[in-house]
Each structure stands twice: as structure tokens, then as C-alpha cells.
Design a protein around this ligand. Structure first.
Ligand code: VGL
Ligand code: ZN
Length: 198
């Protein structure tokens, strides 16, 4: 059984000073680097949105950031504009060891749909291609770290478990946005899906 460390969205906009800063997001950079050597493969995800992305509150006149709307594909939190393609905010944190990454998978690049999970867009059916990549390389034991615990990490780990991968989240190498109790909900949802929380 081969293992992969999947590092979710360790980008400037999710770190202190960024457009959608997660408290303590930068504290996990070195712990993540230290984990990389323990796995057969290291894969990074990169949140990667066009400026007219539907998840941005600014693209919904009158809407406030962090409010919830209904989209054709389901409920959507409206975020401050973040990780816009080609901007410094979309770059990986400067301290992250990119030299070890075999693969970078971008997500959220279609204007009309968000993608929290590394596997599927938020309609839960449009694949990113990651499962095919992992399958071809025989990577079946997946460990998730990065940002944010309660959105992209949780959705990725749950989709991994649902698809039959062994899925583990190292919680000390994550940080949460924690919007209206989303951290506790994410933990319960992950446990219910069979994700190991370490
Ligand atoms: C994320 C909100 C919007 C994440 C990405 O990486 O958890 N959260 N886009
Ligand atoms: Zn995003």
C-alpha cells in the first residue's frame, strides 16, 4: 500500500495577512514540511479562481462576505475574493517546501462553480482528476493536512473515504475557519464518513 501526503491550499490568501486568512495558518507550514519525507508521494492542491468566480461575495451585488446563498449545485458560502489566478495571494506560502511536490492540482478554476474538495467540484460529481492520478500511481493511503480544516481539508478527506481510499487528517497540521460551528460539524462529518482524525 503506497501513501500520499495531500497538502491542501497552503496559499498566502489563507495565511495571516491574506484575503481569507485562517487564524494560525502560517503555523503549520514547518510541521507540514517535516511530514513530507514520511510518504511515498506529496501532492499539493491550489485554490485557483478567476476574478469573476461565483464564490466571491463581490460578484453578488448586495451580498455580504460569509453569507450563504443557494446555487444550482447546492448551498454556497460567499467568500471575500481570494486566490485569484495569477495573484500573489494565490501563490503557495513562501516557506512551504515545494521541491518535494510530485503533483499540483488546481481547483475552483471554473467561474460558475466552487471546488472545496480535491476530488470533486461542489456539485459532488465533476471530477478534478485527482482520483485517476492516485489510482494510476497506486497511492491508496492518503493523509490530509493544510487549510482550511473545516472546508477544503474536510471535504477532500470525506470524498477520499467515500471513494475507498484510507483517509487520515492530522489535525495538528490544519487550522479551521470555524464559521458558525463549522469546525465541530466537519469533525463529526469526517468521523461519520470513516476518516481517521489524528
Ligand atoms: C477554502 C473557502 C474558499 C479552503 C477555499 O481552502 O478551505 N475555503 N476556498
Ligand atoms: Zn476558494
Amino acid at each position: 500500500m503506497s501513501s500520499a501526503l495531500i497538502v491542501i491550499d497552503m496559499q498566502n490568501d489563507f495565511c495571516p495577512g491574506g484575503a481569507l486568512a485562517v487564524t494560525g495558518g502560517d503555523e503549520i507550514v514547518q510541521p507540514i514540511n517535516a511530514l513530507m519525507g514520511n510518504y511515498d508521494a506529496v501532492i499539493l492542491t491550489q485554490d485557483w479562481h478567476p476574478a469573476d468566480h461565483t464564490s466571491f461575495a463581490a460578484n453578488h451585488p448586495g451580498a455580504q462576505p460569509f453569507s450563504l446563498i443557494q446555487m444550482p449545485y447546492g448551498p454556497q458560502v460567499l467568500w471575500p475574493a481570494h486566490c485569484v489566478i495569477g495573484t500573489a495571494g494565490a501563490d503557495f506560502h513562501a516557506g512551504l517546501d515545494l521541491s518535494r511536490a510530485d503533483m499540483v492540482i488546481r481547483k475552483g478554476f471554473r467561474a460558475g462553480i466552487d471546488s472545496y474538495s480535491a476530488f470533486f467540484e461542489n456539485d459532488h460529481v465533476t471530477p478534478t482528476g485527482l482520483a485517476g492520478y492516485l489510482g494510476e500511481r497506486g497511492l491508496t493511503a492518503l493523509t490530509f493536512v493544510g487549510l482550511a480544516h473545516d472546508f477544503c481539508v474536510a471535504w477532500s478527506a470525506i470524498d477520499a473515504a467515500k471513494q475507498g481510499f484510507t483517509a487520515t487528517v492530522i489535525e495538528a497540521a490544519t487550522r479551521a475557519i470555524d464559521l458558525d460551528g463549522s469546525r465541530d460539524r466537519a469533525r463529526a462529518d469526517m468521523r461519520a464518513a470513516g476518516v481517521n482524525l489524528e
